[in-house]
Design a protein around this ligand. Structure first.
Ligand code: AGP
Length: 611
């Protein structure tokens, strides 16, 4: 977690660094800070606890002038949020920002204290600054000093380092935490993530693990830890800066909810082969032979991406008849589970950087499985280590609560299952054709649901804003959606919510129901409809306040529900893509009425790169 940014050019660096941090604040927001090379005065730092606005006030009181600087927004791991623990950390002529975790920090601290270093903070990061400073004190260049210090580190890092002795460069390096460098006209940049740099340059290079880059005004030099030069051409990123703005919406999350029809259109573009009633497979990056020989599919993911992955099990088994399991990446890794040749592992991750998913996928690959990434951030770590990548094209997602990336993941997983089923002859052209046609209409259908349900859902959220517990029930493909609805509510409104497989209610959780508990029942007209309707009635009989999400015109669901949210009739496989929309809106409005920090909820960060 944490976001880092760096700038060297001819413009004042502080506004550019602050702007970059604002675009990275979703990665952490416990404290923030800048270090700038101030001509004639050496490196000066400003740091502040809390949101970025506190740092902005500190800079208004004591501005920082200079065109070379680094910045950081923090999600605390070692040491509580405080000014002394905020980055940048300083040791002698060195200032450093860091994203990641240094695992051997205890041993390093002991060693550095033994050598007389005065360590001011509780962080692992400050130790790295001291290690570099000791190397510089031996007369090494900043670049060599960074290499020397890195050799002593275990763990994950993306760092950007300044030295008062070399004010005309920034040295950056990475291992297991993301870092992208950007090339401008007479200026160079670095950041944890693409959106921070979009207003300044679209020409970016993604650093690989074990690489060091030296940023100067008119060039960027990349090398490996052992000093071998690396030549890598920049990639042009086609995300526009406005995609990372709120565009008049109160919150990024609301904007991203309403962006879903557009995000879906971009994700489906060029992939639906309506003529052949099939999916164009070239972007999936697997051969027809791979499709025919796969023995088993293992989906790995965390959080919301795990809920998307769960739908893969239903689709891949139903449409392609391949045995499929879904694993929480955090539980899979280190378990020495049975996986290997003949298995296709699908790693699903919006950021492409989630540590648990990355490590789990690497473990599976090392045992001989083929890895396909479904990711949104181009060039991120999981796609890079995978054998094939099937990107979602949702654009940058800034709200911590994932919305548009979830629905585009659902679409990619469904498209993959159709592609697989066609290649294995388990899915007829007619059935595939019907799904492809429904997918082609999906952006419009989603738009109808969003505009048609917004006001009703906002009213329901107002009515139930004080509910202390909310239950979400669903069967089949609606079960992951029940889990996702509950997760959305928990993470942004802090209301206790649980998603259950509707059929499991009678095995225990039904005891939770009383007249104070809203129960959100997902009852689309699918192959589970009759049993789902029975579960709904069971909840109603226990005096629950039932809100149903059902297919348009379902009078039975209306009769047994206190409130009904209707979605259009679509093939069963597409229902999750519609039923989740009112649940996202519900979570949003409850949080907004409660006045929580919707885009940056407490204790969370967008990209989880820690254990
Ligand atoms: C979603 O709302 C969450 N913020 C979180 O569960 C997220 O989905 C999870 O951390 C996985 O992230 P990823 O998709 O970037 O791997």
């Amino acid at each position: 977690m944490c976001g880092i940014v760096g700038y060297i050019g001819s413009q004042p660096s502080a506004p550019i660094l602050l702007d970059g941090l604002r675009r990275l604040e979703y990665r952490g927001y416990d404290s923030a800070g800048l270090a700038v090379q101030v001509p004639g005065a050496g490196i000066e730092i400003r740091r502040a606890v809390g949101k970025l606005r506190n740092l902005e006030s500190a800079l208004r009181e004591r501005p920082l002038d200079g065109s070379v600087g680094i910045g950081h927004t923090r999600w605390a791991t070692h040491g509580r949020p405080s000014e002394v623990n905020a980055h940048p950390h300083v040791a002698g002529p060195i200032a450093l920002v860091h994203n990641g975790i240094i695992e051997n920090h205890l041993e390093l601290r002991r060693r550095l204290e033994g050598r007389g270093c005065a360590i001011a903070s509780d962080t692992d990061t400050e130790l790295v600054a001291h290690l570099i400073q000791l190397e510089v004190a031996q007369g090494k260049s900043l670049e060599d000093a960074v290499r020397g210090a890195l050799a002593e580190l275990q763990g994950a890092y993306a760092i950007a380092v300044l030295s008062e002795k070399e004010p005309e460069r920034i040295v950056v390096a990475k291992h297991s935490s993301p870092l992208v460098v950007g090339l401008g006209e007479g200026e160079s940049f670095c950041a944890s993530d693409i959106p921070a740099l979009l207003p300044y340059t679209r020409d970016m290079i993604f650093l690989e693990d074990g690489e060091v880059a030296v940023l100067e005004r008119d060039r960027i030099r990349i090398s490996k830890l052992d000093g071998t030069a690396v030549e890598r051409a920049p990639r042009r990123i086609d995300w526009s800066p406005v995609m990372a703005e709120k565009a008049g919406y109160k919150h990024f999350m609301l904007k991203e909810i309403f962006e879903q029809p557009r995000a879906m259109e971009d994700t489906l573009r060029g992939r639906l082969d309506r003529e052949a009633r099939d999916i164009h497979g070239h972007e999936i990056g697997l051969s027809d032979d791979d499709a025919r020989t796969v023995r088993r599919v293992v989906l790995l993911a965390c959080g919301t991406s795990h809920h998307a992955a769960m739908t893969g099990r239903y689709h891949i088994e139903a449409l392609a008849r391949v045995p499929t399991v879904v694993e929480l990446a955090s539980e899979f890794r280190g378990r020495d589970g049975v996986v290997g040749e003949g298995d296709l592992v699908i790693a699903v991750s919006q950021s492409g950087e989630t540590l648990d998913t990355l490590v789990a996928a690497k473990e599976a690959k090392a045992k001989g499985a083929k890895v396909l990434a479904i990711a949104n951030v181009i060039g991120s770590a999981i796609p890079r280590m995978s054998d094939a990548v099937f990107y979602t094209h949702a654009g940058p997602e800034i709200g911590v609560a994932s919305t548009k990336c979830f629905t585009t993941q659902l679409a990619n997983i469904l498209m993959f299952a159709i592609w697989l089923g066609r290649r294995r002859d388990t899915l007829s052209a007619d059935r595939a054709g019907a799904l492809v046609e429904a997918l082609a209409r999906l952006p419009h259908t989603m738009q109808d649901v969003l505009t048609g349900t917004r006001q009703l859902v906002a009213n329901l959220a107002r009515r139930y804003v004080d509910a202390r517990d909310v239950l979400y029930l669903g069967r089949g493909l609606s079960f992951p959606i029940a889990l996702e609805g509950a997760l959305k509510l928990k993470e942004i409104s802090y209301v206790h919510a649980e998603g259950y497989a509707a059929g499991e209610m009678k095995h225990g959780p039904i005891a939770l129901i009383d007249s104070h508990v809203p129960v959100i029942c997902l009852v689309p007209r699918d192959s589970h409809y009759d049993r789902s309707l029975s579960n709904l009635q069971e909840a109603k009989a226990r005096e629950a306040r039932v809100i149903s999400v059902a297919t348009e015109g379902d009078e039975a669901a209306r009769t047994f529900s206190d409130d009904l949210i209707e979605v259009p009739d679509v093939p069963e496989e597409l229902t999750p893509l519609l039923t989740v929309l009112p649940l996202q809106l519900y979570a949003y409005y409850v949080a907004d009425y409660k006045g929580t920090d919707v885009d940056q909820p407490r204790n969370l960060a967008k990209t989880v790169t820690v254990e």
